[in-house]
Design a binder for this molecule. Structure first.
Ligand code: FES
Length: 303
């Protein structure tokens, strides 16, 4: 269920980055944990996902940060150029594909706007007294949001790397010094995620992607989607996604990224075998209808 909010304030927090504080219009907002994100239904009919970077204990407001990407598909352009204080915005309940798991120590790696999901994690680690380090890379300090908040965190070792002057951080060196009980949380551009995957063991690295990984799949084949609750059967041709086929048939499924990274389009699978093509890691019995297809001629979904 969508939550009604109002833009409470918009602040410039770095070069080309604004933070939005959204106030619940109908009482307390849905609770969330560090790593969660929400879908913002923008007034230009685009839905975009943003990590929550405020305080989970604050049920009155959500805070997100948006970097202006002029060549993007229009979400950040709208936020930066047209969104104003007082504007109503529908916001989805928070979803969390990037939860902070217990560890004896944390290493956080942020690239640019990738600091947003990590900021509440850093506060949580600091609050619980778990040793935590942050390596935060960006082109220059002016482009990196929330530096003052990060420097004010008690008990967190913060290293800021302005890559134009200092080059990229050496993740291999960080990996060799990693405590055996430490977990690594990384959010940033694809180049940083690739470097992190090369440097750290898979079981200790938790990463959040903004963009899908480039992968190839077998050619699409048509399949049949049987909707258990409505009793409808929908043909999914090779050149259409399950998401589009369901929506065109009048069976609405929410959508955000349409690239298998946000989780908005999750549907429950009752029977048949999905072919997962997302970057989230679908839980058992679920699939993401924007990218995933079927290994069996027939899928039964809970719609
Ligand atoms: S719409 Fe984002 S995962 Fe499908």
């Amino acid at each position: 269920m969508q939550q009604q909010t109002v833009v409470d304030h918009i602040d410039r927090v770095a070069e080309d980055v604004v933070s939005l504080v959204l106030r619940g219009a109908d009482g307390p907002l849905e609770p969330w944990e560090p790593g969660a994100h929400v879908d913002l239904a923008l007034p230009n009919w685009l839905t975009r996902q943003y990590s929550l970077c405020g305080d989970p204990a604050d049920r009155e407001t959500y805070r997100v940060a948006v970097r202006h990407a002029p060549l993007s598909r229009g979400g950040s352009e709208y936020v930066h150029r047209f969104l104003r204080r007082g504007r109503p915005l529908d916001v989805s309940p928070p979803r969390n594909h990037f939860p902070l798991l217990p560890a004896t120590e944390y290493l956080f790696l942020a690239g640019g706007i990738g600091i947003t999901p990590l900021l509440p994690m850093l506060r949580a680690a600091a609050g619980e007294g778990v040793p935590a380090s942050l390596v935060y890379a960006g082109q220059s300090a002016e482009t990196m949001p929330f530096l003052d908040e990060l420097r004010a965190l008690d008990g967190v070792r913060v290293r800021i790397v302005a890559t134009r002057e200092q080059g990229r951080p050496d993740l291999t060196a960080l990996a060799s010094a990693l405590d055996p009980g430490a977990l690594v949380y990384c959010c940033g551009p694809a180049s940083m995620l690739a470097a992190a995957q090369a440097a750290f063991p898979a079981g200790r690295l938790h990463a959040e992607r903004f963009r899908p990984t480039a992968r190839s799949f077998a050619p699409n084949t048509p399949f049949e989607a049987v909707c258990a609750r409505s009793g409808r059967t929908v043909q999914v041709p090779a050149d259409e996604s399950l998401l589009d086929a369901l929506n065109h048939a009048g069976l609405p499924v929410a959508a955000g990224c349409r690239e298998g990274v946000c989780g908005s389009c999750e549907v429950a699978v009752v029977d048949g075998e999905p072919e997962h093509r997302d970057d989230i890691g679908a839980p058992a019995g679920r699939m993401y209808a924007c990218v995933s297809r079927a290994r069996t001629p027939r899928l039964v979904v809970d719609l």
